[in-house]
Design a protein around this ligand. Structure first.
Ligand code: FE2
Length: 473
């Protein structure tokens, strides 16, 4: 936290709140939902320079850098700790202890390295801490032998239907000045997110000549201030593919898979691009927009079995993450998610998925509960229809990367689109119990507490009432 609030800044933040309210109320009602009238300059975001303070190297010889954690098992009792050392390999041991105990434990890890064209990575360490207690604060120390650094995290509550839990939602973050603003707004949100669901496109290193992987390193240092203290759940986006045959790089996802491990084996997946976890009251399925998903493919077979494993009495909230959205009314990446939608949407409706979060389109959009599963080639029934068993689809690819905002929208706004706005921001999903979850989208221009779009989601199994906001505001 920063300085004590002065009278001026207090006035300013009140003004920002008021401005947010005025803007929200000034939204234009179209034939569909709301297209926000909030307008900003349509220009590319600028990446922060190498010398930016957020990219600073930690002090000390061979100090661990780019520290990050993610869930390490299916239930939330394990954590994967990852970090990079550059000068030498150093220790791959994590020393950890719970807040209320002097007993210290060690977890040994693995070290990997990779080359990408003319770049050679540092030593990338991954160590899984297992058998943790739920709902407990743990400290962990890495860099043993030379410069040590200590961090902490809090494990989630035991998996169960009525444990509250709060997720942050960030997508397409990159490392621009706007990305930094998004991360600051997420960290400063008074509704504290406990875990980030990240919907793909991490560093945008591939926008640089030869996919300059130094930008993977700077990104790791940039996000450390959040991801070293709370897990981010990873989804692979197109900027993770790093397929560059023109420079001899033909193995897709090489930097991503070396740097950001996920617990895919714990959910019987055979590849780190699609997997599931349980966390508190939520069952989270991560899908791969850029791996084969047609019938008979490994992902298809896995997902078919996966839905049968979800027990809504244990985890009432069924959430799916993917990179490329199925429902998107911007003139960017239009219909790119369509073939996956055709394959999987009937399963989503049948299994009453509550929420689907995607990125890819650099803007924000929230759909009504709709489905489009009646079409059989000859019947002409190919329009989305209102469907109380269907998920709400949210595009949250507005993290702020250097490519800038997607400002061009299809007109008129489709009926299924409840709210859309081309602004950078993040969202918070605050699950209260098995029936209710508070949701808010926060644009970066507002004060930290302002929700530019918000609603209560009702669980599709335990409280399947109409939760649409259209016509209610
Ligand atoms: Fe993308």
């Amino acid at each position: 936290m920063g300085l004590p609030m002065t009278r001026f800044s207090s006035f300013f933040s009140s003004f920002a709140v008021l401005l947010g309210l005025v803007i929200t109320n000034a939204a234009i009602l179209c034939s569909g939902g709301i297209t926000s009238s909030f307008v900003r300059l349509d220009e590319k975001a600028k990446d922060m320079p190498f010398e930016a303070d957020v990219f600073r190297l930690p002090p000390g010889y061979n100090a661990p850098q780019q520290v990050h954690i993610t869930q390490g098992d299916h239930e939330g009792k394990a954590v994967i700790v990852s970090w990079v050392t550059v000068a030498e390999r150093g220790s791959n041991t994590v020393l950890y202890w719970s807040e209320n105990s002097s007993q210290k434990y060690k977890a040994k890890g693995k070290v990997t390295k990779y080359k990408f064209y003319n770049y050679t990575s540092g030593y990338i360490h991954h160590s899984t801490i297992k058998h943790l207690k739920y709902n407990t604060k743990y400290y962990y120390k890495i860099g043993i032998g030379h410069t040590t650094r200590t961090f902490w995290f809090v494990t989630p509550p035991e998996v169960g239907p009525d444990v509250p839990y709060t997720f942050g939602l960030i997508g397409d973050l990159g490392q621009s000045f706007d990305s930094n603003s998004t991360l600051t707004h997420y960290e400063s949100n008074p509704t504290k997110g406990q875990t980030v669901l990240f919907v793909g496109d991490l560093s945008y290193a591939d926008n640089y000549p030869n996919h300059d992987n130094v930008r993977w390193d700077t990104w790791g240092r940039f996000i450390e201030r959040s991801v070293a203290y709370q897990p981010w759940i990873w989804t692979a986006g197109n900027h993770e593919i790093d397929f560059a045959p023109e420079i001899g790089e033909t193995k897709p996802f090489k930097p991503f898979t070396h740097r950001y491990p996920v617990p895919y084996k714990a959910s019987n997946s055979t590849a780190p691009f699609w997997y599931s976890i349980k966390r508190g009251p939520a069952y989270i399925i991560v899908l791969a927009s850029y791996s084969a998903y047609g019938k008979y493919t490994p992902q298809y077979k896995w997902l078919e079995e996966e839905f049968q494993k979800v027990n809504r009495s244990e985890t009432p909230w069924l959430i799916v993450l993917m990179h490329s959205p199925w429902y998107n009314s911007y003139n960017y990446h239009y219909m790119e998610g369509e073939s996956m939608r055709v394959m999987y949407e009937p399963w989503f409706v049948k299994n009453k998925v509550d929420l689907v979060f995607a990125g890819h389109v650099h803007a924000y959009e929230r759909s009504e509960r709709i489905s489009n599963v009646a079409y059989n080639v000859v019947n002409g029934l190919c329009s989305p229809v209102s469907d109380s068993s269907a998920p709400v689809y949210i595009t949250i690819g507005d993290g702020g990367n250097l490519e800038g905002l997607a400002t061009n929208m299809t007109e008129p706004q489709p009926k299924y689109s409840a709210f859309r706005e081309a602004s950078f921001g993040h969202a918070i999903l605050d699950i209260k119990n098995r029936t209710h979850a508070r949701y808010g989208w926060h644009r970066n221009q507002d004060g930290y507490a302002v929700e530019a779009d918000s609603m209560w989601f009702y669980n599709r199994v335990w409280h399947p009432l109409d939760d649409s906001t259209s016509g209610k505001s």
